[in-house]
Each structure stands twice: as structure tokens, then as C-alpha cells.
Design a protein around this ligand. Structure first.
Ligand SMILES: Nc1ncnc2c1ncn2[C@@H]1O[C@H](COP(=O)(O)OP(=O)(O)OP(=O)(O)O)[C@@H](O)[C@H]1O
Length: 248
């Protein structure tokens, strides 16, 4: 079986600083895979490499067996990989409905060209309404994204990342800054909306990681020191040592 996402000997340096140092990773189709590691380990850099924002200094990244590490972000997205951001990436002056509709438009290949939509509005509106319901944002349908609560913005960010139809989804700290009940809601939502998708998640909250992930890779100083099931990672001595002194 071809892996959904494969990283082969990936390196990234900024000047003399080697930030990612020979990462090998295979994420299988349908797997929920978490990347954890202490602050500054290179997790965001890894996401930037996978999503096409950075070019690797060395090594290769492929999506369903096809090389993507030489493509810009929008082409990686077109191939079926979508990512969310730590700082929400919404259209703040647009409503919740409009934000979701843009993602669905993009999925259908219209690239914000509304002229192609004549006669197809109904299907699109219905699909957008379904997403509103899935996310529990029906009552906030016509509210500008900038006026949502922080947790609602994060929920919408997850929605717009996934509604675009990508089958490989990267979520960057989706529950950061949330309270306990908001976090539980976000976790249920992520589980629900990523069914049948491949998920790669960077998350600091260990309860989220251990609850959601089928497999966990631990990144320390730009190297994967363990990649295993949650139970095996929990018992791994090198991982415990890397986290010594970290609040988790
Ligand atoms: N564009 C860049 N230029 C130079 N150095 C960078 C750049 N991006 C990241 N770094 C450095 O790479 C290292 C890893 O950063 P990165 O943000 O990937 O870590 P992280 O594991 O995501 O950290 P955190 O958990 O705190 O978000 C840091 O030392 C950072 O300063």
C-alpha cells in the first residue's frame, strides 16, 4: 500500500542552523498521526515543508507516492493536502457562511470565480448549510468571522481546512488557547470531520494527542526519536527524557 504521506531523509537549514535533520516518516491512508516535541523542535517547520511553504534543503516529500516537495503551497493543496494554521487563516470580513462557501468553491475548482456558478448555486448553498450544521455554527451563519469567539474561529478554521475536500489534512495546534469544554468539543469535531481522511496533527495538549492519535512521532532537535502507538510512546525512555522538565 502506498503511504498517504512520505518524508524521506528530509532536511531543512536556515543559514548555518540545521532545524530539520533527516526526518523519515510514513503516514498511512486513514491514519491519525500526531507530531509532538518540545518547543523549538521543528514541528511548525516540518508542517511548512510538507505544505509547500518551505523547500527542503535535502530529501523528498510525497503525497500518495507523488513528489510534492518541489511544488508551491497552492499546487500541494490542489493535489489533496490542506493545512490549518495556529493563527486562524479566515476571511475576517466575511461571514461564517461565506468563509465555508469559499472553501467549497475551491474544492469544486472554481477558484473564487463566481461566474461559473450560474445554475449551481443551490447545490453549493446546501453543501455549505450542511457544513454549518456539522460544525455546530448554524446560529452564527451570518456573523462576520472577526466577531466570532476565539473557539468559534478555531472551529471555523478546522471547517474551512476540511470542507475544501482534501484527503490529507494537517492541523496545527487546533485546540491551542481553548478551555476544557471547548477543547473536548474540538476533539469530537476533529474526530468526526476527519473520518475517512488522513490526519497529521501538531498539538501540545497531550490529552488531545493521546486521545486522538493512532500513531505518534516525537520530534526532538529536528529528528524523529520515536514513531509508534500512543502506549509505546508513553513508555519510551528517550521520549520521557526529552520531555523532562516540560509541562505536559
Ligand atoms: N524562517 C526561519 N528562519 C530561521 N529560523 C527559523 C525559521 N523558522 C523556524 N526557525 C527556527 O527553527 C527552530 C524550530 O522552530 P519551529 O517553529 O519549527 O519549532 P516548533 O517545534 O514548532 O516550536 P513550538 O512548539 O514552540 O511551536 C526554532 O529555533 C526557530 O527559531
Amino acid at each position: 500500500m502506498t503511504s498517504a504521506l512520505t518524508l524521506t531523509d528530509v532536511h531543512k537549514s536556515f543559514g548555518a542552523a540545521q532545524i530539520i535533520r533527516g526526518v523519515n516518516l510514513a503516514v498511512e491512508p486513514g491514519e491519525r498521526h500526531a507530531i509532538i516535541g518540545p518547543n523549538g523542535a521543528g514541528k511548525s517547520t516540518l508542517f511548512n515543508l510538507i505544505s509547500g511553504r518551505y523547500l527542503p534543503s535535502r530529501g523528498e516529500i510525497s503525497l500518495h507516492g507523488e513528489k510534492i516537495s518541489d511544488l508551491p503551497p497552492y499546487k500541494v493543496n490542489r493535489k489533496g493536502l490542506s493545512r490549518s494554521f495556529q493563527i486562524t487563516n479566515l476571511f475576517h470580513n466575511m461571514t461564517v457562511f461565506e468563509n465555508l462557501r469559499c472553501s467549497l468553491l475551491w474544492a469544486q475548482g472554481y477558484k473564487y470565480s463566481f461566474w461559473h456558478l450560474i445554475g449551481r448555486q443551490t447545490g453549493l448553498t446546501e453543501a455549505t448549510e450542511q457544513w454549518l450544521e456539522r460544525l455546530g455554527l448554524e446560529k452564527r451563519r451570518d456573523v462576520q468571522a472577526s466577531l466570532l469567539t476565539y473557539a468559534e474561529q478555531r472551529t471555523l478554521e478546522i471547517g474551512t481546512t476540511i470542507a475544501g475536500g482534501a484527503d490529507v489534512v494537517l492541523l496545527d495546534e487546533p485546540t491551542a488557547g481553548m478551555g476544557l469544554s471547548e477543547r473536548d468539543h474540538a476533539m469530537r469535531l476533529i474526530r468526526e470531520v476527519t473520518r475517512d481522511k488522513t490526519l497529521l496533527i501538531v498539538e501540545h495538549d497531550m490529552s488531545v494527542v493521546f486521545e486522538l492519535a493512532d500513531r505518534i512521532s516525537v520530534l526532538v532537535y529536528g529528528e524523529v526519536i520515536a514513531s509508534d502507538t500512543p502506549d509505546a510512546v508513553r513508555g519510551n525512555a528517550a521520549v520521557q527524557e526529552a520531555y523532562l522538565g516540560e509541562a505536559h
